[in-house]
Design a protein around this ligand. Structure first.
Ligand SMILES: [Zn+2]
Length: 179
């Protein structure tokens, strides 16, 4: 049995960087400062004390890594922990709280909150960039369970006079019962 969590990029920092680089730079490293592409103008820095995943652009003479311009930028959280967080947060149906991340990663609440916030931010951006669910002008079907809940909620709402309801901020134009 090969568990998903055994994948090397969840445990080795080098493998984690390689995993992210392969996705962000499918055609080789790109300089985030001047836009130079892979080739003779970009070199990998590989000194003994050099941080993992560090490159240097010989066109603009600036160092960079794959984290620049992503949710991983300017963080000291190891890349393998970022990947673990992304896996946990996207695989769990109901999401994961900062407290849960704190317990799992054995880190401070501030770090846990930061990781959770950044990962959710990336998920939200993806949803906006992806356009409407199902694509533009496409019909999206909702299963019967959801329709039943909407129907019941609507009946309950309509039994109350409007003054008893207040505007729902999550769903503009809709009202929910006052508690
Ligand atoms: Zn450059």
């Amino acid at each position: 049995m090969q568990s998903v969590l055994s994948d090397i990029h969840y445990h080795s920092e080098e493998a984690a960087y390689a995993y992210v680089e392969a996705r962000i730079w499918p055609n080789g490293p790109l300089c985030p400062h001047c836009g130079s592409a892979a080739g003779e103008r970009i070199g990998r820095l590989q000194g003994k004390t050099t941080r993992i995943g560090l490159y240097k652009c010989y066109a603009c003479r600036q160092p960079f890594n794959v984290k620049v311009g992503t949710i991983f930028e300017k963080s000291h959280v190891p890349m393998r922990v970022w990947l673990q967080a992304i896996y946990l947060m996207s695989a769990s149906k109901k999401g994961i709280s900062a407290r849960q991340l704190q317990r799992t990663f054995n880190c401070g609440l501030k770090t846990a909150w930061f990781i959770g916030h950044r990962v959710r931010e990336a998920m939200a951006v993806l949803r906006i960039d992806g356009g409407p669910l199902g694509g533009a002008n496409q019909v999206v079907e909702i299963d019967e369970t959801n329709r039943a809940v909407v129907g019941r909620a609507r009946r309950q709402r309509s039994e109350l006079p409007r003054t008893e309801r207040h505007r729902c901020h999550a769903w503009p134009g809709h009202y929910r019962e006052r508690r």
